[in-house]
Each structure stands twice: as structure tokens, then as C-alpha cells.
Design a protein. Structure first.
Length: 182
């Protein structure tokens, strides 16, 4: 296991756009998705281009919404966590939640920054941010959106969420959904 470092957590705002873009450029997946998968209608994601996803995320940021948090290590962007009210994610069931329901839908850590406590710092920051902005319940998907995530990755993510006080959700429609009342 790598050493634990001091991590700085910041909201993604227009003045941090270049940091988000440089972080996402480090992975083929984030370079393509731009964390738009949970924000667009189900059938649209596979028809969208990388450029459309990037512009979609930029429009969210430029519009004044905070779509998530960035983790910095030594002043460089090291990780991302998507956190927003459930209503901001089209893949959330709008009938199932209230205005005070928030979702942590995605994490991404730069390859050289994994297993250093950055994911846990992002998770703690996301819960704190959601709570400060009216969340009563924060849901989380420790499993990636892709069903082929490695079992070891899923187990590690589940442990991270449990260590942060999340419990398994009672919603049988979403496997690996966790929740925390804040």
C-alpha cells in the first residue's frame, strides 16, 4: 500500500476547469465519458461523442453548478468525485427521492494516485459538501457504472464506503447502492 498524503479537496468551478480537463486526459475512459453517463438519457450516451460529453460537462461548470470535487496532491489534480442532487442525474429515479437526496455517482483517481487515501478524502469531502448544501441522505455507487468492474475493485470501494458510515441501500433495483443519512 502506498503512503498516505495530505490531500486538498476543491469544488469543480470554472476556474478549475483546466485542472479537471488535465485529470480526465490521463485516462481513455474519462477522456471519453466526462462523467456525463449518469447525466444523460439512457440511450443517448452511446451516441454521444467525446466532444459532446466534454462540452456538456463544461456547460454544467460554466453555468455555475458544481458537478463534483477535485482532489489535489502536491498542487496537481489527482482525483475526481461526482456529487450532486439526485435530480441532476437523469439515471436517478425522480419519483424515488426528494430535494434532499444527493448522489455520489463516480470516482476517478489518476493511476499513480491510487491506494493513497485520495478516494476516502474525496468521499468524505463529497458527503460534507452535500450536507452543507441541504442533503439529508447521500447515496453512493461504489461499483462503477460498468458491469465488468473487477471484483477486487468493487470490494475495495465497498469497504471505503462502509468505513465512511454508508450502509447498503434497501433499493433492490440498484445493486451495490449505498446510503448515508447526514
Amino acid at each position: 500500500m502506498g503512503e498516505r498524503l495530505t490531500v486538498e479537496i476543491q469544488c469543480v468551478t470554472s476556474d478549475r476547469w483546466d485542472d479537471l480537463a488535465s485529470l480526465f486526459a490521463t485516462s481513455r475512459v474519462t477522456r471519453s465519458c466526462w462523467c456525463m453517463w449518469p447525466r444523460v438519457p439512457v440511450g443517448d450516451m452511446y451516441r454521444r461523442t467525446e466532444g459532446q460529453n466534454r462540452e456538456g460537462m463544461k456547460a454544467i461548470v460554466d453555468g455555475g453548478s458544481v458537478p463534483g470535487l477535485l482532489a489535489y496532491m502536491d498542487g496537481e489534480p489527482a482525483g475526481w468525485c461526482s456529487v450532486a442532487p439526485c435530480r441532476d442525474y437523469l439515471r436517478c429515479d425522480p419519483e424515488a427521492g426528494s430535494e434532499s437526496d444527493w448522489m455520489i455517482a463516480c470516482f476517478f483517481l489518476r493511476g499513480d494516485c491510487r491506494r493513497r487515501g485520495i478516494g476516502s478524502a474525496l468521499l468524505d469531502g463529497a458527503v460534507r459538501y452535500a450536507s452543507e448544501h441541504g442533503a439529508a441522505t447521500v447515496y453512493g455507487l461504489p461499483r462503477g457504472w460498468r458491469p465488468d468492474d473487477a471484483p477486487a475493485t468493487l470490494q475495495s470501494a465497498l469497504q471505503m464506503f462502509r468505513s465512511a458510515g454508508f450502509r447498503d441501500s434497501s433499493d433492490p433495483r440498484v445493486p451495490a447502492l449505498m446510503q448515508k443519512d447526514v
